[in-house]
Design a protein around this ligand. Sequence first.
Ligand SMILES: C[S@@+](CC[C@H](N)C(=O)[O-])C[C@H]1O[C@@H](n2cnc3c(N)ncnc32)[C@H](O)[C@@H]1O
Length: 354
Amino acid sequence: MDTSQLDPTKLDAFIARALADLSAGYGGVMVSLGHRLGLYKAMAGAGPLTARELSGRADCAERYVREWLGSQVAGGYVVYHAISDTYELTAEQAFVLADEDSPVFLPHAWNVPASMWLDEDKAVQAFRTGRGVAWGDHHGRLHCGVAAFYRNAYRASLVPQWLPALEGVVEKLSAGALVADIGCGHGHSTIAMAEAFPASRFHGFDTHRESVDAAQQAAAAAGFAHATFATAGATDYPGQGYDLICFFDCLHDMGDPLAAATHAAATLAPGGTVLLVEPFANDRVEDNISPVARMYYSVSTMVCCAHAISEGGRMVLGAQAGESRLGDVFRKAGFTRFRRAAQTPFNLILEARL
Ligand SMILES: C[S@@+](CC[C@H](N)C(=O)[O-])C[C@H]1O[C@@H](n2cnc3c(N)ncnc32)[C@H](O)[C@@H]1O
């Protein structure tokens, strides 16, 4: 390569950018360790601690803890007090790293890139052959990581914000409605709704049996008989007359989203509603330039598109489909009303009605 053509300022800026990303990749493993070993939790609210004190609290070997702390300080995840050789997790850092119920608790999310690294060979094959990779063929860290990452968002937003943003849905759920949660995964969305609306009946469906088992166990642990789960696809789940049909972060994963929307139209009760929650995206690639869009396009490359292709890939939307393309799917399926009911930095919350 003729390096005389390189602009040194642009080169330095890009090297700094790429290096920061590489550093973040190393840091992600440290975040996962900090979570799994209880290091963040041992620091939360404890004030300044020496490495020895932290190792005692978390029952870990001091030498490893000291080095891990160094990585945390270098990355801005922990504050270091040089004068006392102590380390402190601020309240803001604890909210993101130690509070499992916080809507911005991030350690679980590192399971997703962890699974992507483990499945890299499958992606190489898929690129070469054009064949798909089914959701269930990925490493289990993907399924747990996605479920845990979205769980807190659902707990924070679904019942207090998203359902009230839909026309008349909360009233129906309070009085007793029939709900289908399609592609329910580990069932966190279904269970959050079942907890809030005991007079309604909730049926979660998913093609991935292990996820359905996990959802059944979670509902049993919560003692919810009005939330049941079954292995079924978006175009063949049983039942009719659903007042609310939900798709949480799954329509774009399906090989035939139009057929899924058409089946929803056929199984809705008169006056029923479809709640479509999709990854946040603008309609055009040039408007999807952000850390969140980068995460979604990346997981979409290896997981979402790959799964849709494994299901025949009639329409491979990808995780950055955007409202306009999603609206087209529902209009083609016979829905006459489609609107954005709410949004967060991570999700579009869309409402479709016949
Ligand atoms: C990204 S996960 C989302 C899971 C869950 N809704 C959540 O928000 O945590 C996508 C889910 O869609 C399911 N899925 C994919 N294609 C499906 C289909 N054709 N019918 C039903 N479920 C499907 C997958 O098995 C997976 O559990």
